[in-house]
Design a protein. Structure first.
Length: 478
């Protein structure tokens, strides 16, 4: 939501004159660039465990982060108060940290965005504020999900339903006199169920997360979550661990996009490439996967968990093609890496809160649909694995090697899905997997779950993928 400018000025007790004075304090030791990041975030949570409310509450985080850049040097400090004395002390601290002589770089954009935010272009308007609503108001929604789960599935033994929300008022200003502001909502619902049958236990979880106000808590959403978390339970109990080895892997549409995020997306972030630690550091302009494949990081999807009106450096949110027709065409940039490469920032400068300096981070990362049909990709595999739920991935950015634990999937035999499988690892190499993509279906799904990326800091993200066939990966089974 993009509110009135004076709301943010009054909230943080500043005006343009104070902002300019604070910038001057930050540049007093000769820095080349300074920016300010004001934040006021309200957090709320409610947890229903087996019919009882076991935790809940809310709190507020408030403060300002001040960054000073001097060539390759970065000074950062923050204050939990916006009184002049406290902010000025933080600005001077950041200036001192960055004061070591270094080559000066032209930070910022080539065409500074000095226009005021446009409410008509808002990607996450709020219809019903989270703030001010008593927490008990949300309890019937959680209870509806729990009751529906137990009605649908008699084997449910433990049901945990949680709600988490946050609303962040953000005000940004820098030494290029770019002023940006918005209010970012986020609501997340998670459902986890433990099932039991003949002494055997299985579990399944699902979630939804959107940049929306409390209007997201509809009866339809409750029904959708209950239906999803109770589906496929027969297969969970019937699943077995297959024999391992090298084989084709078909990744199901949607949540399988976490492999794209972890095994490939991080390697496209510009700081890793700038430092030479990414496997793709010398691959710009090279063909890294088959023609026809497009890989995107997108901050413009309305209501999406990873979307932003502006990133945390004030750069407008945008849609960035990292791979076009199989060719690596762009890294994901913040202002620092953009200056290093001589390109425009891509709107990927993100931070966990005002306590952290921004770094290049993903938003919603996905692959566009291709021309194939899902059933044809499966039919083309004589012996392999179909996977639709990953967890607990590990990636080596420098080498591109990855390991992912597969929560559920199916054996493919003779071009058909047969035995349900579980407790296997998928092992491979990101660049090799990209190059070995044999087919991409036309069923792109961007997963609506509560994904969080933890690269030094935690930020909300989204991921997605159509059904994709990779020619050969290592399956760690029996």
């Amino acid at each position: 939501m993009i509110g009135e400018k004076n709301y943010y000025f009054n909230l943080f007790q500043v005006d343009t004159q104070i902002l300019d004075r604070l910038i001057s304090e930050g540049l007093r030791s000769g820095g080349s660039y300074c920016d300010l990041y004001f934040e006021n975030t309200t957090y709320g949570s409610l947890l229903l465990r087996d019919g009882a409310v076991t935790s809940g509450g809310s709190h507020i985080d408030f403060g300002v982060g001040i960054r000073v850049l001097s060539g390759e040097k970065t000074g950062y400090a923050y204050s939990e108060s916006t009184s002049w004395a406290d902010m000025a002390a933080s600005a001077r601290a950041a200036a001192q940290i960055a004061s070591t002589p270094s080559e000066v770089s032209p930070y910022g954009t080539r065409n500074p965005s000095r226009g005021e935010p446009n409410p008509a272009a808002d990607r996450y308007p709020i219809e019903q504020q989270w703030r001010g609503i008593p927490m008990k108001t949300f309890l019937p929604f959680l209870q509806q999900i729990e009751a529906d789960v137990k009605k649908r599935e008699s084997r449910a033994r433990k049901v945990i339903v949680s709600l988490a929300f946050q609303v962040s008022d953000i005000l940004m200003y820098n030494s290029q006199k770019e002023l940006k502001w918005d209010t970012r909502p986020m609501g997340s619902i998670s459902v986890s169920v433990v099932y039991e049958q003949n002494g055997q236990r299985e579990n399944k979880a699902t979630s939804r997360s959107f940049r929306m106000g409390a209007e997201m808590l509809t009866p339809a959403l409750a029904t959708e979550l209950a239906a999803e978390v109770t589906s496929g339970i027969d297969e969970r109990f019937a699943a077995r661990r297959p024999k391992g080895g090298q084989m084709p892997v078909v990744m199901g549409a949607g949540a399988s996009g976490i492999l794209l995020h972890e095994a490939m997306g991080h390697a496209f972030e510009a700081d890793f490439n700038r430092k030479g630690t990414s496997i793709f550091a010398d691959k710009m302009g090279c063909q890294i996967c088959p023609k026809g494949i497009q890989i995107i990081d997108d901050g413009t999807i309305p209501l999406n968990r990873g979307s932003l009106n502006f990133d945390d450096e004030g750069i407008p949110g945008q849609k960035t093609y990292m791979v076009e027709d199989g060719v690596l065409t762009s890294y994901l940039h913040d202002r620092i890496s953009a200056a290093h490469y001589g390109v425009k920032p891509t709107g990927n400068g993100r931070r966990e809160s005002f306590r952290y300096a921004p770094i290049p981070r993903m938003r919603a990362t996905y692959m566009e649909s291709g021309p194939a049909r899902t059933e044809d990709l499966i039919a083309s595999v004589d012996k392999g694995i179909y996977v639709d739920e990953f967890s607990n991935g590990q990636v080596q950015i420098g080498e591109g090697d990855f390991t992912f634990y597969v929560k559920s999937g199916f054996l493919i035999e003779g071009g058909r899905l047969t035995m349900p499988v579980k407790d296997i690892n998928i092992i491979g190499n990101g660049p090799a997997a990209l190059a070995d993509m044999r087919g991409v279906a036309g069923d792109l799904q961007i997963d609506p779950g509560a994904w969080t990326c933890g690269k030094e800091q935690s930020v909300p993200v989204s991921c997605g993928i159509p059904t994709v066939l990779i020619g050969s990966l290592t399956v760690g089974g029996e």
